[in-house]
Design a protein around this ligand. Structure first.
Ligand code: ADP
Ligand code: MG
Length: 251
């Protein structure tokens, strides 16, 4: 089994994480880096809409039942959880999608840390990439439900405030044990003017793209924007850079 390269996309709300995650998943698949495991770690799951797939269940909605219900005879709890886990996955061409959903009750996902990794392993699909659409707090990394990534992309707009927030997210990542050489900045909604300075290494600039706004307005999947769209072309380059970075880290 090959070890996938995990890329977590973080950043302040509204900076473009979901937009970039969906285009990145699409670009990786097009580049032959498949299958991809797409993880929606935003409690307000909407990555599936950007990708244009239906979501029936989240890990959050499944876990309570899986942990409390009487399990079918002949199955142990772990076996039952693994079986249910497969049903939470939405399967699509070139990728599977897993939505973490909301923490329920006590605010705890109560999903034993190692179990999620184990579940993913039992799928026996040689994922080449795991792409995580995260929130700024990176709860799942903090809790250990998502393993520490090979690459953390922090998305920011080109402004000074955005850069300061990006710096704070990097500090948070560091406090979670992520080394600085894994953290990169992605500037989104770039309008060609000079961006504010940041000490984070810049991996990509994604231009402001009217096609993205249009898809948003119409409620159509982001990945349906034309091949030649500037944001799409920029994310294609980003995918290429990530393939290189991941290859370096596997050596
Ligand atoms: P997040 O997931 O970080 O909250 P979204 O990906 O949902 O952010 O994007 C927030 C808003 O910004 C959406 O309305 C989206 O259409 C718009 N947007 C994001 N990236 C771009 C871009 N490159 N060009 C134009 N609009 C964009
Ligand atoms: Mg989002």
């Amino acid at each position: 089994m090959i070890r996938p390269c995990t890329v977590v996309i973080s950043g302040k709300g509204g900076t473009g994480k979901t937009t970039i995650a969906s285009l990145l998943i699409d670009a990786l698949i097009a580049a032959g880096e498949r299958p991809v495991l797409a993880v929606d770690a935003d409690p307000n799951a909407n990555l599936h809409e950007a990708l244009g797939v239906a979501l029936t269940e989240t890990l959050g909605s499944m876990r309570e039942e899986a942990f409390t219900r009487n399990i079918p005879s002949g199955m142990d709890r772990t076996g039952y959880i693994k079986y249910r886990f497969r049903r939470v996955l939405a399967e699509a061409e070139g990728y599977d999608l897993l939505a973490m959903g909301r923490p329920e009750g006590s605010g705890c996902y109560c999903f034993p840390n190692a179990l999620l990794t184990e579940c993913i392993e039992t799928l026996e699909r040689d994922y080449r990439f795991v792409v995580v659409d995260s929130e700024a707090g990176m709860e799942h990394i903090a809790r250990g439900t998502i393993k520490s990534p090979e690459i953390l992309l922090i998305v920011s707009d080109p402004g000074a405030r955005g850069m300061r927030t990006a710096g704070r997210i990097r500090d948070l990542a560091e406090s979670l044990g992520l080394s600085r050489d894994r953290v990169f900045l992605v500037i989104n909604r770039d309008r060609g003017d000079a961006a504010e300075k940041s000490d984070l290494p810049l991996l990509a600039r994604i231009p402001e793209d009217p096609g993205v706004g249009e898809a948003d307005l119409m409620g159509t999947p982001i990945i349906g924007i034309p091949e030649k769209s500037p944001a799409r072309a920029a994310v294609r380059n980003l995918a290429g850079r990530l393939v290189e970075e991941c290859a370096l880290r596997k050596k």
